[in-house]
Design a protein around this ligand. Structure first.
Ligand SMILES: CC(C)(COP(=O)(O)OP(=O)(O)OC[C@H]1O[C@@H](n2cnc3c(N)ncnc32)[C@H](O)[C@@H]1OP(=O)(O)O)[C@@H](O)C(=O)NCCC(=O)NCCS
Length: 183
């Protein structure tokens, strides 16, 4: 399994010690503001098992993110094939951090490492990112990565119940437009 390192972060496999902080952040209504519900402990545990199985099988996926200097677990970031049933296909990048870790550029730094891995190691021609239209912070990460947004790609996410969270946006980054070192 690949482990990715940046100036301040390590994207690594999941450890038993990640479970408590992972479950706590998934039970935080602010972290889950743009999802239909918060996650139970059992759902968080099941997600970690899935993520690690994917990492073991193909070497990439949703990595645990820790601060290199302290070893503190702060959330997840990585890559995953777009779910079946979406109106597009490809590999998407994603991120979710515990609230105290927001505002430090960590999501962008982790995502840039994942996207660089997608292009330079996996040879993908394009990486997507998808979020609820109102998720300003996540869209700002996409902008900082140099991704482009076309309103013509907006869609209603079939996985989200009817309501304000359903309208979703798609951002795209082509391999040739990626600037790995950009701030
Ligand atoms: C989406 C999410 C990861 C974004 O977190 P974030 O902290 O806003 O994003 P970054 O880690 O890239 O940090 C950027 C902020 O850090 C600041 N920053 C501070 N130091 C920085 C540094 N050294 N480098 C870069 N940015 C820095 C930036 O100015 C920016 O601040 P601003 O938001 O006030 O403009 C976070 O809001 C989250 O986990 N949300 C819940 C889960 C979610 O919705 N995930 C996406 C679903 S698709």
């Amino acid at each position: 399994m690949s482990e990715l390192r940046t100036d301040r972060l390590v994207l690594r496999g999941w450890r038993a010690s990640d479970l408590d902080p992972w479950a706590a952040m998934n039970a935080d209504p602010v972290v889950r503001e743009y999802f239909p519900e918060v996650l139970t402990r059992a759902q968080s545990e099941a997600s970690v098992a899935r993520f690690q199985a994917d990492l073991d099988r193909r070497g990439w996926g949703w990595w645990a993110v820790e601060i290199a200097a302290t070893g503190e677990f702060i959330g997840f970031a990585g890559l995953d094939p777009v779910e079946d049933g979406m109106p597009f296909t490809g590999v998407e990048a994603g991120w979710r951090l515990a609230r105290p870790a927001w505002g430090n550029g960590f999501a962008t730094e982790a995502a840039r490492a994942a996207v660089t891995h997608a292009f330079e190691e996996l040879g993908l021609p394009e990486v997507l990112a998808v979020t609820a239209a109102g998720n300003r912070r996540s869209r700002a990460v996409m902008d900082r990565l140099g991704m482009t947004y076309d309103p013509a790609d907006d869609f209603d996410d079939p996985e989200i119940p009817e309501g304000p969270l359903r309208r979703s946006v798609v951002y795209r980054l082509r391999s040739r437009d990626h600037r790995p070192g950009a701030l």
